[in-house]
Design a protein around this ligand. Structure first.
Ligand code: SF4
Length: 414
């Protein structure tokens, strides 16, 4: 049993919408995209909406089935689940916003951009007849009907404070350890990112960062915690750059709730911020140097190694227990320099360090979209890292060889 759910009584003439997260439930519950639609659609009189996951729910039950595509590896599950859909199929989410064309064959319409400003208008045209419906929505800003829409357009939220927040965030009443982030209330404080890392799609997807006002955030915290009966908050943001981030954390501390923050841009961190994070009960910090300094700066992430070392000193001083450090391969990094950096980070941080290394996959609409993806070279780079890091007793995680092969294969295909 999930709590809290939006309960609606079935009336004749109502339409059923399934919003699908095409992966496993225990991870999907933490995704805000499907929750946004679940909350919006259930506010509409003639519609009733459920969330569906790879391992929960049945896509064949719905008049409209909307897939939220967050990660490219989910395309495989999407195709698997698509086969069972009987209703009209639509798709949205970051992957679709980056490149919807590859999926045109499998989707009746796409929602491009920020769905919350356009979903009500779209569904308002639905009466049951597919052809009539697609014809009527084809020119709505943010809708792309393959074969009918002439020009791509994106729905844009002008002021993030003007849109309703997805307050209903159902979780099972009892969770086990597979729900790694615990039972949380998800709090989106900002959308987009003002940094310009060339490999990242975030700045292209949302443009300039949209910040929620402190007043709005406080209200969401009050209402969200009360409705969901949670005592932990997961802060949703790409780079945690909100100008009032300290005030937000202070408010959560005042409310006596625990919280977690996302990966940190070290140049935005000072001792006071880390102290607040510690007070909120977080024991692990996450940073992403991505590569050696020279390659990092070329990638548009203009942060010197020294800044990471200063951050580690602060983390030591405040006694954080774990440091997670993310790197990529396949971005013209100098592997020997990267190994030296990893060694130094391990030496400097007094407690546990986790190193994660992932293959770089060029993303459409980013400055590196044209970069040649060389599967063989990436495999060799991972092998070289493994060999040399094991000499200095550093193990790293990332995608498994099988998953990596699969991802690389997928990228080659689409
Ligand atoms: S990698 Fe992070 S900091 Fe860089 S642009 Fe993307 S979201 Fe922003």
């Amino acid at each position: 049993m999930e709590f809290p759910i939006i309960q609606k009584n079935w009336k004749k003439g109502m339409h059923k919408v399934g919003i699908v997260y095409p992966n496993l439930y225990y991870g999907g519950v933490y995704c805000l995209g499907p929750l946004i639609l679940y909350n919006i659609i259930n506010k509409l009189d003639n519609f009733i909406c459920d969330r569906v996951f790879l391992d929960k729910g049945d896509v064949s039950k719905y008049d409209l089935v909307g897939f939220s595509l967050q990660y490219a590896p989910d395309y495989y599950n999407f195709l698997k689940m698509r086969k069972d859909c009987k209703g009209i199929v639509f798709a949205g989410g970051p992957c679709v916003n980056m490149n919807h064309k590859t999926l045109s064959k499998y989707v009746d319409f796409f929602v491009l951009g920020e769905a919350e400003v356009v979903m009500e208008e779209i569904l308002g045209k639905f009466e049951g007849n597919k052809e009539k419906f697609l014809e009527e929505i084809k020119d709505i800003k943010g809708v792309f009907v393959p074969g009918k829409t002439k020009k791509e357009s994106f729905a844009v939220v002008e002021d993030i404070n003007d849109i309703n927040y997805p307050l209903y965030q159902p979780f099972p009443e009892k969770i086990d350890k597979s729900f790694v982030f615990d039972k949380v209330f998800m709090l989106e404080i900002e959308r987009g990112c003002n940094f310009q890392c060339k490999f990242c799609a975030m700045p292209q997807l949302y443009g300039k960062t949209k910040y929620r006002s402190l007043e709005n955030i406080k209200k969401i915290i009050d209402d969200g915690l009360k409705l969901n009966k949670r005592n932990k908050v997961m802060i949703y943001s790409a780079s945690f750059s909100h100008p009032q981030r300290k005030e937000i954390l202070k408010y959560l501390i005042e409310k006596k709730v625990r919280f977690s923050v996302p990966s940190l841009r070290v140049e935005l961190v000072d001792e006071e911020l880390l102290q607040l994070i510690k007070k909120g009960g977080q024991k692990t910090l996450t940073i992403a140097p991505e590569a050696d300094e020279k390659a990092r700066v070329k990638l548009g992430k203009n942060v010197k190694d020294e800044k990471y070392f200063e951050f580690i000193e602060l983390a030591n001083k405040l006694n954080f227990e774990t440091l997670k450090v993310y790197f990529m391969v396949g971005v013209d990094e100098n592997l020997d320099e990267m190994i030296k950096l990893i060694e130094k980070i391990k030496e400097k941080f007094k407690k546990r360090t986790y190193i994660s290394v992932n293959p770089f996959i060029p993303k459409p609409r980013t400055k590196l979209e044209e970069k040649v993806f060389d599967k063989k070279d990436i495999k060799q780079r991972i092998k070289y890292l493994k060999k040399n890091l094991s000499k200095i007793k550093v193990k790293f995680s990332g995608v498994s060889q099988a998953e990596s092969d699969w991802r690389l294969g997928l990228v080659n295909q689409i």
